[in-house]
Ligand binder design. Structure first.
Ligand SMILES: [Zn+2]
Length: 265
């Protein structure tokens, strides 16, 4: 009888733990950078809580998996980054600009051929939340979807808003188009650190930041274009992948992390 009772108790506790785990709110782990017009972290957490299954900051925390993401490309730095990912046999997710894709279709074709997931990061990187009506879609996301169709033969289901800004109405619109908005839980701050430091120090700082804040289910934000150089990002990626693998982490694409389809067609 006593054995049965403790079995029941264990079952109830397991159920409760599962419930608490599922109810854990999504949140950004890295600190806010002041005075750079960044989206408030509370606003990201609010939108993730308001639009579950559409607007994501992270994946489930039950497994030691991480999704690396690289924005703003493709650029002249993309091939070296792809080489680093290939060396570590890591598949990542690239949120590309339609305009850059038009200029360098061979780079997105290479990323796709090497097993990475590609998503829509707008046509030319405006703050979408400042655009009125349907312009965020007709002038930014739709032309990029069309460029995907032209270059790769499919339309992606994942998008990332430039600077993280979307209005609630735009999130509903993106949902209506069958897409998911992918934000992040760990900002590598590579744009800021590369802006404020020399290359070697920036690479150290970027790698340190990602290792420090990495967590099960993390979506890591970094960039393969923009700024004066992306060399520190490439070097840091090489180092933090090695370190996090030692800690038992596996790397997956965002669609794998969230269990969603990466394409619409
Ligand atoms: Zn961007």
């Amino acid at each position: 009888m006593k054995g049965l009772k403790s079995l029941w108790l264990a079952a109830v506790l397991a159920l409760l733990a599962g419930f608490l785990h599922a109810a854990e709110p999504q949140k950004v782990r890295t600190p806010f950078i002041d005075n750079w017009g960044q989206i408030p972290l509370e606003e990201l957490a609010r939108q993730a809580a308001t639009f579950p299954g559409v607007f994501y900051l992270q994946g489930n925390e039950s497994q030691k998996v991480i999704a690396l993401t690289f924005d703003d490309g493709p650029s002249q730095f993309t091939p070296a980054l792809l080489d680093v990912l290939k060396k570590h046999q890591v598949k990542a997710t690239f949120f590309v600009l339609g305009k850059s894709m038009e200029q360098s279709p061979e780079l997105v074709k290479r990323a796709h051929a090497e097993g990475h997931t590609l998503g829509n990061h707008s046509w030319d990187h405006p703050n979408l939340s400042e655009m009125s009506g349907e312009a965020y879609w007709t002038k930014q996301l739709q032309p990029t979807q069309d460029m995907f169709q032209k270059v790769l033969g499919f339309k992606p289901s994942l998008m990332r808003p430039p600077y993280g800004f979307l209005t609630d109405a735009q999130i509903k619109g993106i949902d209506g188009h069958g897409m998911k908005a992918i934000l992040w839980s760990v900002a590598s701050d590579d744009w800021y650190l590369t802006h404020t430091m020399q290359n070697a120090a920036a690479a150290d700082a970027i790698a340190g930041q990602v290792v420090k804040y990495a967590h099960p289910g993390a979506i890591v934000l970094a960039h393969d274009a923009g700024g004066r150089t992306r060399q520190p990002t490439i070097e840091a990626t090489d180092r933090y992948i090695a370190e996090l693998k030692k800690q038992g982490y596996r790397f997956v694409t965002v669609d794998q992390l969230l269990g969603v389809k990466p394409t619409l067609n």
